[in-house]
Design a protein around this ligand. Structure first.
Ligand code: NI
Ligand code: MN
Length: 225
């Protein structure tokens, strides 16, 4: 069984077998997060890019839990420079971890540390585990290669940013659903800050009108895949 929990913004916990995999754990800095960093644990942390609202509490959690941080090369090197365990990958590459396979895809965005250090290209994340495929788009604009990702990887769950301003907004995210053709779409990266206020219910409604499944997860809600 695989469980998916949403912590708000782009932060998700995937639980599979005995493994806990955190994605983009931005918790303490997010007033809407239902948990604090010291309340979650992770064997693995997968990062889409280095921005503070994704890198978040990675250092705190990884130090406490001895987590392995999985990221593109430049970001992984930054993580290692903080004395943490990192697995360096890059876009287009995949690797088999004890819980399943991770593959990084392109994402159109930026990536830097809080100090402004360039941390390589931002990425989307494909997780293949327990016969399911989860696509976490990271922060990105709409791009036509989503069609290719959808065709090749038979996505069960797509986690898509809808908050606009820094990423896709509603209109573009709906086109992304069409390109990716996932079995289920879950909106993310909205309402955390005033500039990314978005109507997730409206988004879900519009996806349903396309005869496709979508649902909004409450902050802290868990679903079984
Ligand atoms: Ni970002
Ligand atoms: Mn972001």
């Amino acid at each position: 069984m695989t469980k998916l929990t949403y912590f708000g913004h782009s932060a998700f916990l995937v639980e599979h077998d005995k493994y806990k995999i955190l994605i983009d754990p931005f918790l303490d800095g997010n007033p809407l997060s239902p948990v604090k960093a010291n309340q979650v644990s992770a064997d693995f942390i997968v990062l889409s890019h280095g921005h503070g609202d994704h890198y978040g509490d990675s250092e705190k959690i990884a130090k406490r839990c001895n987590s392995l941080i999985i990221a593109v090369n430049e970001l992984a090197n930054y993580v290692a420079s903080k004395g943490l365990k990192a697995h360096n990958m890059h876009i287009g590459g995949s690797y088999e971890f004890p819980f399943g396979r991770v593959k990084f895809t392109i994402a159109h965005h930026g990536s830097s540390s809080g100090e402004g250090e360039y941390l390589g290209e931002p990425a989307g994340i494909l997780l293949f585990l327990n016969g399911k495929t989860i696509y976490h788009a990271g922060d990105t604009s709409l791009f036509y290669d989503m069609k290719l990702i959808g065709e090749m990887y038979n996505i069960d769950v797509a986690l898509l940013p809808i908050g606009d301003n820094f990423t896709m907004g509603l209109q573009d995210a709906l086109k992304a659903v069409e390109f990716l053709n996932p079995k289920l779409t879950i909106p993310m990266h909205y309402n955390t800050f005033p500039v990314i206020k978005a109507d997730a219910d409206k988004f879900v409604e519009e996806v349903l009108k396309m005869n496709k499944k979508a649902r909004k997860l409450n902050f802290g809600e868990t679903i079984e895949l």
